[in-house]
Write a protein that binds this ligand. Sequence first.
Ligand SMILES: [Zn+2]
Length: 441
Amino acid sequence: MTPAYQFPPDYYKKSLEVLETSLSLSAYRPWRESDPGPSYPVDARYAALPALTKDDIRAHFPDGFVPPDKDIKKGLESGEINFVQTSGSSSSVRVTNIWNQRWWDASERASWRLNSHTARLATGDQPEAILANARNVGFISDDADLPLEKRRLSRFFYLNEKTDPSRWTPRIMDRMLRELDIFKPAILEANPSLLAKLCRYAAAKPGSVFQPGLITFTYEYPSSLHLRQIRRVFTSPLASSYGTTETGYIFMQCEAGKFHQNTGSCRVDIQPLKKEHGGPDVGRILVTTFDNPWYYMLRFDVGDLGRIDEKQHCPCGRDSGIIIAAIEGRFINATLDCAGRLVTLRRLDESMGGIRDIDEYRLEQSAPGVYNLHLSSQRRDRDRLGREVKEKLRKVYGKDADISIVYEDFLCPEDSGKYCLAKTLFPLKIEDYLDAGRVSW
Ligand SMILES: [Zn+2]
């Protein structure tokens, strides 16, 4: 049964407006034959349409997504918009998008209401420290270390200027910890794997670390291992802020731990997976943006799987929009068990989280039933560690899983700047796992 969602009064009006404008644009023109038409309810019209992919964006950028009353050349000249490139995990997934700063800021502000800590701390001029890969945001300087004043931008302060965290020396990490204390950010926005690396270093040293009012996670799936390493050093509240360059801020994790839809900024449709692959509670997330006059994203496939909260109820009391119990990770980070059933990153990660003292891992599935686990750990009892890991993984993947373990001193992020926790080395197509007969919105 489709859970009963509650939406703000103008949600359907906006859904309809975006739908009709989008279908008049050249990128979506072929979609019109799938649209059952205005006599059908808005949800049914959305459900009948395809999903927008990064390939579609590349094929029709930029004119296909901009209404005729907007002049791209003038928008670029006036600085109202610019083009930005996202850093995909390979050149094939790199995409150029239209960036509208005013719309982005409004989307971010709307998301702050969904967590009581951001509602209190995010005033619009709060000092914010960012610990991210310099490839994703901030200033890049791999050889020379940049002084503090060269890593500031209005209210933001970038702790890291390197593209590869294996370049972090003790001196750089001491500097980061010292600068947190100098800058005293209200909010620390962090890529979880990088903050975990800093915390592994800080936990082994005497002395206290400045505690920001809130730590928000972006860029990556926060692994249970990373969260545990971060918790050794920080007592600050933690929240995941979930969004993409294409769609702005989509979900915010509230203080009770569930994810609330940013209904002021976007429409979300969730397409359930087949039952044997985790559906109907788990599905892929499609996002339609509201109120961005420069860029019409209709049913954009953000690439992640989400778990719908069964009861659509959260102890925090917020009830507007879809409530997600958990982000299950990106589809490209899903693997298959020995019977060919989908294993989401979250399911694998929860299992790995049960093993103590692992710094990092990456599971690569090379063929059906064959898994290579790259592991970085300070533990000396490798025979025992290996047995523990294989036992955990066989519970997830099946007793016949062929598992080999490769020990590493450290693991590096991918070209995108993000760590990869799991992947198959053969292609998977999401369409093979979606329940085509089911509709959910
Ligand atoms: Zn909540």
